[in-house]
Design a protein around this ligand. Sequence first.
Ligand code: FAD
Length: 456
Amino acid sequence: MSGKRQRISGWGGVPEAETELHRPERIAELVGLARAGEARIPRGLGRAYGDAAFLGGGRTVLLERLDRLLAIEEEGDEVFVRAEAGTRLDRLIDAVLPRGLFPAVVPGTAEVTLGGMVAADVHGKNHHRDGAVSNHVPELGLIGPDGARHTISARAQDELFWSTFGGMGLTGFIEWVRLRLVRVPSAYFSVDLERSPDLSTSLARFTDDDDAYGFSVSWIDCLARGSSLGRGVLMRGNWLPAEDLPAKLRDEPYRVARKPLEPRVPLMPPVSLVNPLTMRAFNEAFYRKHPRKRAGVVQGYSDFFFPLDWVRDWNRIYGPGGFQQYQFVVPFETAEAALVQVLERISAAGVASFLAVLKQMGPGQPRARLSFPQPGVILALDLPHRGVETDALLEELDRRVLEHGGRLYLAKDARMSAATFRAMYPELPAWQEVKAKIDPEGRFVSDLARRLELMP
Ligand SMILES: Cc1cc2nc3c(=O)[nH]c(=O)nc-3n(C[C@H](O)[C@H](O)[C@H](O)COP(=O)(O)OP(=O)(O)OC[C@H]3O[C@@H](n4cnc5c(N)ncnc54)[C@H](O)[C@@H]3O)c2cc1C
């Protein structure tokens, strides 16, 4: 069984590696790939930013063709969808939304697979209320490293189930996912927008109106300094009842007119289009463009959840050097101090990004040992990659995040050290015990797993 040799990377473009790419069309082929002796890692749509979804010198197994919707199942008041792990989130939404249903948790892009969502235990804008995807998946199909097919579930003792959430593809091929759907009154959101003059106000506003919004996020200007440090725009919303839709949308509340996709970012520009000058102008304009306060803005679900999906291949604007996302969570108690330090450092270095996002997180999932979410505040920012200069800056930030009791997100990471990871995820040894049982020969391994020494 040989695949095509190809150089690939994650969404950030760095690092990259040459791998043997396999794209099975049937479950039987996937089982065959699991039984073969070679080292391998599964891959969905490659939206993890760093090196989680490929294996340099080994096999990278694309799950995208295993994408059948298997069943929609009602159980009392609850509804679940069962679908193969290669199913794309955008296609799943297209299939269930006309029935008034929507996945309980979605990340900031719909161009991901269900397998990728589970492996990273993704969170959305509703984590403070509804938790991560692991709170909404009662059962999974997993093809273990020996090719055996397991149905694993949320029963307390099922360590393999919990180790698969946040396990970054290292426990086996997720074959299918059973995911909770929620009933939604329309395909639209009512969004309240509010400018926030500084960081303390953004943080306070998150908690002040906690009960009023199911979904919240704040964009922040990470180039602002002094008394404006951390100024931003809060975007908070709830699903909009059909009767409150504008008249022209009321007859078909689940239909969202598709905007034509913005053109692709053409071939890779020779240099990054993201530099301090373009960023300062963008951030200033974005901040000013938003009203001081406006309530009840009607937005289609896709504009609200997945604004970046309209621009194809936007990751290319960073040029051939690529970019890195720096995403961390810090506990509420230390959040303001940590964020001030990080933002001051980034602002001083003049390497800001136009994508800087704050979110509030609720309780984590303690049984999912490598799952990222924990109570507190998240900051996510994209930084152009400028080699050692960026690495040195981010290493310094790692130390600050760690000092404040925080941690980084594996789905976004491309560079932290094994020692930093170990300090941020003290539950690693417990996860490794499960990994050693299911995969004693370490057949499921990625570049990320090697870099962070995740193997027992
Ligand atoms: C614009 C953008 C916005 C994002 N916003 C968010 C957000 O709001 N919240 C959030 O939590 N994340 C967010 N992410 C990260 C993204 O949700 C995760 O990286 C997700 O895992 C990507 O899914 P994928 O199908 O592309 O998986 P890949 O990137 O291909 O793989 C990710 C991991 O999943 C594993 N994997 C994939 N398929 C399987 C399978 N079938 N079986 C076992 N393991 C598998 C891979 O081995 C790898 O470790 C965002 C990413 C982008 C690009």
